[in-house]
Design a binder for this molecule. Structure first.
Ligand SMILES: [Zn+2]
Length: 124
């Protein structure tokens, strides 16, 4: 995921689009709080951010306030990068639950809980 992030952001930088990663890894307390608040439909361990398998990429000044067309362009560029570096990702802008800042590894569900727990320990 970090390889995708690195190449994607570098590509955008070249195009003079100032984007950065707002969220990469989300721990247990944060995920549970978001679930309770209704900001996320996922409990701890059900969201790729809990495994370090997703990034939310937003604009440096406008944050999430981009037009649908602007997000679509970013989606297009991200998918090009994904093919180029052979890191299969899924874009949240293609979902009915529209989340255009979100990119996740296509195969993140194949990972297991042990990995999430290891990350939790590593970051705390
Ligand atoms: Zn996300």
């Amino acid at each position: 995921m970090l390889e995708f992030e690195r190449v994607f952001l570098k590509r955008l930088q070249k195009l003079r689009v100032p984007m950065f990663t707002h969220c990469f890894w989300r721990g247990q307390a944060d995920q549970t709080a978001r679930f309770v608040d209704g900001k996320s439909k996922a409990k701890w361990g059900q969201n790729p951010h809990n495994f370090g398998c997703a990034i939310d990429v937003i604009h440096a000044r406008k944050a999430w306030a981009l037009t649908r067309e602007q997000w679509a362009l970013l989606g297009h560029i991200g998918k090009e990068v994904s093919v180029q570096i052979s890191v299969p990702v899924v874009w949240g802008g293609d979902w009915s639950f529209y989340d255009p800042a979100h990119w996740e590894l296509k195969n993140w569900r194949e990972l297991n809980w042990t990995r999430a727990e290891t990350l939790e320990e590593t970051f705390n």
